[in-house]
Design a protein. Structure first.
Lengths: 394, 394
């Protein structure tokens, strides 16, 4: 179990990715994830957290008359989660919640014969095209790095830890990103906006399952995974999908922080991508929009640090860390997932518009403070009324 | 069970849709569908038909070296089917193949409280927007018509007939269409092109499940269905999705015959669409491209008739009917689904290009024969080399 130590240039690679790993680094265990803790840790679990989950999973009977939290808003949110939930619920009988606690089970096995797809660079190019054909919005490739794998998996059902099961031959990781709907995210906080989250996961599940099965059909091993098995963001950064933001989220060039991530571990020989920089680090240094907007002050307003709010932060990495307890606490009070930090992020834009691409370029230059001021002055990041979302669709 | 007889204007509606129903009309039983017969009917079932199905469902071990039929082509095809297969296989233990023999089981029930979405026209507009948000390419709405429902369902597993289970309150049918990839279809015949079929179904399953669950979350009943429960094309024509073509397929204005259909039966009050005409009937009268191109002469070259090739044709409808036995026989010989009739159809175009929309308009005028000649002269409908598809992606 020392796959990552094979590489002689780990420090150089970390520097390239902007990772500041400390000597007291410890791998993270899924048990300490705040969502897992909301099942086993009495300090997190509450009647409100139970209700939070139940309203995703039962015929609708709980909603508020508040705009954005009506039956219709929840109806759309839960319908958007439907496909993701179906996959997640497939193996409950075997104490598996696939996509969140456990990797996905592929229905067909590995082909006996291995196909030669050319050089690792040619193979990588082809896999990316196939993944995009299956609906992936972004695809990057990096090498397996055990440091970001959960020490153990955790079951929300039996409340037990379990060892990882990724075979040792899996030396490559394909990272996918699915964009979330810009207009829905503008209505945050709302149950309605959760439809963007649900649709992101539903599409993500489809993509990682299809790509992994394609690789197995070529005669190689592949493990399809969503929020399970590992911390996705370090892999995504290494795979060139974006930079790390103050809100603890990946910021992609194409969709800002408005993405959901998937991972496919594989032994298919693949060329790797390099981390990208387009000015996010310096921009987040200057910008505190997410930190100011967070209703429970879960996002730091200072420089990156090694401080841990609680056990839900990884140990020994200098970075912006968020307080998962406060964050999830707000979700349970709202009775839906919150994405205020995504909504207000100046990188949360519809970059199909050329002037917003100019703004993104500006944010990566010394004029970043001007861009930040402009962003606020133009009213970007403000909440739109969920009723406006419903009627604007007409 | 006489829902359809409530309407006083059935003959008028049939005329509007171009249906020519004869006095000896008999509803179709799913048992007589040629795919179902390939399980129970010794005249259809063979080692080749068993192998045809097996190569979709087992780790790859059977392919040819012929271009378009290599391991890589099958690998992509089967991966594209992966999500659809997963849904189809969910309830095998209960003798159900959902999406093909049986309607889908929704994971969450109907909400206790019914929401008021406004007038049926307003509700229809909103449902269409939601369906498109979930990824539907086309959506239309019509009323339930028992004549197109299978008399009985059929199980490919236990080889038994079973009664329909659509509740009597379901007076409306939402019809969805998913487009299939234009460039993949150009490689027909090939296993590679089956990836377009598989992806069409995988996306279709996602859409009908999400829309049906949304409706149940609003407090109304909804049944999500793909190739199961009924003949989809009559509902699609009534719902305004397109016209009927010589090859026995729906021809949509947006994607020609390059679509897969889904259906959602519901008691949600919805305004209905009207059938559309854009000249397909007269064009198919003049065009025999599909009929000429079919390698087994399964498509008629004459006018619509009431002739039945065999029990796999519905009885008592004057229309272009295809010989399903010959058609499926060719599929088993090729060991993949054939879409030559789709590939060569002059309506199979990428209509995002304005000059092709001009051609479509021309096809609906007395200049249709000029358009038909142009279509051939310009080389549309010719097969492209599957290797070219793989390399053109670079």
């Amino acid at each position: 179990m020392s796959r990552h130590t094979r590489s002689p240039s780990r420090n150089a690679k970390d520097a390239e990715a902007g990772f500041e790993i400390q000597s007291d680094f410890q791998r993270f265990s899924q048990r300490d994830d705040v969502f897992r803790r909301s099942w086993w840790d009495a300090r997190i679990r509450s009647a409100k957290s139970d209700l939070f989950y139940a309203t995703y999973r039962e015929p609708l009977s709980n909603w508020r008359s508040t705009d954005g939290f009506t039956q219709k808003d929840y109806a759309l949110r839960n319908a958007a989660w439907q496909v993701s939930d179906l996959f997640t619920d497939l193996k409950l009988d075997a104490d598996r919640r696939e996509g969140f606690n456990d990797e996905f089970t592929l229905t067909r096995g590995v082909a006996d014969e291995r196909i030669d797809l050319g050089t690792p660079a040619e193979t990588a190019a082809e896999i990316k095209r196939v993944a995009k054909g299956f609906g992936a919005d972004l695809v990057g490739i990096t090498d397996y790095d055990e440091r970001w794998m959960y020490v153990n998996k955790f079951s929300d059902l039996s409340l037990t830890e379990r060892p990882q099961e990724i075979p040792a031959e899996m030396t490559n990781v394909i990272v996918t990103a699915q964009s979330m709907d810009y207009d829905l995210i503008r209505t945050v906080p709302s149950a309605l906006s959760g439809a963007a989250t649900g649709a992101g996961y539903s599409r993500d599940a489809m993509v990682v399952l299809s790509v992994a099965q394609y690789i197995q059909n070529l005669g190689y091993q592949a493990v399809a995974s969503m929020n399970d098995t590992s911390l996705a963001i370090p892999f995504a950064i290494r795979a060139g999908l974006g930079e790390y933001g103050r809100h603890g989220l990946l910021i992609t060039k194409e969709f800002g922080p408005r993405v959901r991530l998937g991972k496919i571990y594989t032994d298919l020989p693949l060329a790797h991508d390099k981390p990208i920089q387009f000015g996010v680090k310096k921009f987040c240094d200057a910008c505190q929009k997410c930190s100011t907007a967070c209703p429970v002050q879960a996002i730091p307003n200072g420089p990156p640090s090694t401080e841990r709010y609680n056990q839900s932060n990884i140990k020994g990495v200098r970075k912006w860390s968020i307080d998962g307890e406060k964050c999830f606490g707000y979700w349970t009070v709202q009775n839906t997932d919150c994405s205020i930090c995504i909504r207000v992020c100046p990188y949360n834009k519809d970059f199909s518009k050329w002037w917003l691409r100019v703004g993104r370029w500006l944010a990566g230059t010394p004029l970043r403070r001007l861009m930040l001021w402009l962003d606020g002055w133009l009213g970007y990041g403000e909440r739109i009324d969920p009723r406006r979302w419903w009627s604007a669709q007409g």
